[in-house]
Design a protein around this ligand. Structure first.
Ligand code: AMP
Length: 176
């Protein structure tokens, strides 16, 4: 979507050299942009058979919370390690340098649940695959992964599709 894409600011060499950081904060400070983003997902998922929305720490929370409210679905938080109280299950995953770990609460989802998984951006897909493993471990099925931005050069969205997980993004930065 041209308007949504036009709001996204690219910050070169942040947080590391040769990284083009795609900053979505201008969407949050633009009420029309915020509405367009949320409405695009509502339009796509209002008739869907999803039972839950899961979202990834932390920017994913902001849009997914509005979506869960509008679609009246329970919202599952997939958080960085150490943030969730009670019994949790965790999944390590590789980053470009080092590794990280995501967690969900143990009874967040169950066998038979159908989940829409949301994050702000798809790069290598490592983060999303870790979240998918956690949700699958609890028996949930991933209906689709939704993001604002896809970076197809980094291959994550293709890897997801190759694993039979549908992907829906609002815009892409392809070779930019
Ligand atoms: P990945 O696991 O490689 O798909 O990375 C996805 C996660 O890292 C998302 O949660 C993004 O918020 C963040 N991320 C990765 N690359 C970028 C980028 N170029 N600009 C902004 N966020 C990014």
């Amino acid at each position: 979507d041209f308007y949504i894409k036009s709001l996204i600011q690219t910050v070169e060499d942040w947080t590391k050299e040769r990284i083009s950081f795609r900053d979505i904060t201008p969407i949050f400070s633009d009420p029309k942009g915020m509405r367009m983003v949320v409405d695009a997902y509502i339009h796509r998922y209002i008739g869907s058979d999803i039972t839950h929305i899961a979202c990834i720490d932390a920017r994913g929370f902001l849009i997914a919370a509005v979506l869960a409210y509008e679609l009246q679905k329970p919202l599952i938080l997939v958080r960085k390690k150490g943030k969730l109280p009670g019994k949790t299950i965790s999944q390590k995953y590789a980053l470009e340098y080092g590794e990280s770990e995501l967690e969900i609460q143990e009874s967040a989802v169950k066998q038979g649940d159908t989940v829409l998984l949301f994050d702000d951006l798809i790069a290598t897909g490592g983060t999303l695959f870790a979240a998918i493993k956690l949700l699958n471990k609890q028996g949930a099925h991933i209906k689709e992964v939704a993001a604002i931005i896809d970076l197809p050069d980094l291959g994550g969205s293709q890897k997801l599709r190759d694993s039979d997980i549908p992907v829906f993004s609002l815009c892409a930065f392809d070779g930019e």
